[in-house]
Design a protein around this ligand. Sequence first.
Ligand SMILES: O=C(O)CNC(=O)[C@H](CS)NC(=O)CCC(=O)C(=O)O
Length: 277
Amino acid sequence: MRAALLQLTSSDDPAANLETVRAMLREAAGQGAGLVLTPEVSNCVSMDRAHQRAVLRPEGADPFIAGCREEAAALGVWLLLGSVAVKSDPPEERFANRSLLIGPDGAIMARYDKMHMFDVAVSETETYRESAGFAPGDRAVLAQTPFGAIGMTVCYDLRFAYLYRALAQAGAMVLTVPSAFSPGTGPDHWQPLLQARAIETGCYVLAPAQTGTHAAQAGRTRKTYGHSLAIDPWGRVILDAGTEPGVFCLDLDPEAVADARRRLPSLTHDRPVRGLA
Ligand SMILES: O=C(O)CNC(=O)[C@H](CS)NC(=O)CCC(=O)C(=O)O
């Protein structure tokens, strides 16, 4: 199975972002991809809550999602919308940061709401309070596909190893980590964390990312780290997309998952943690 990671510099205009993603989906399908993955908040990168309230929609009424479903169906590809920002069901006023797996007929096959909120002061000038705008999800999601089960996660989830271990022990072959990683943490943490998750689980780790400088919002420029990565089940980097937007393909081999786990079966060697109480 060939997969394609789309590296994006999404703006705060969902209609413009839809046109970009549709064109890249066609390019990915033209290169033989049967599975295409997009980064976190593909539909809208914005830190301006009023703007988000004006342009974002509930999942069922979102033209960005509808357009992506239509394009996936026209091309017959699986599409992981890494995440989209959507309005939640009332009375929750915050948005959901939702990962959607779309089948080759355009149907939504699975949905996962990001569980861990990035409430972090990376430095004095770089602070985030994701939980002010987004309501966290409360359940992990493993999506079944003909090419293996996908453990769906988003960005900051990456730092919570037990989520990935649980997904792998439940049968995941691929772990997805669509992201908009911060420039303050990316250079030191992004690649080693992704490699660690692959090494610990014997899964492919696919991490499509936002990159570059996004449209200024509420007087703040938002930058993201880029470097969409694919890691094989032995922990080797098999794709690094650098910092320019684009379509980046790789091939998935289910045998590589079985091989890695035969050579290093640590996923079956858990011991209960006792003695701390
Ligand atoms: O706010 C949005 O539009 C969507 N959400 C994000 O971009 C989130 C929260 S700001 N970003 C991350 O989780 C980065 C994590 C990270 O960089 C790290 O763990 O070091």
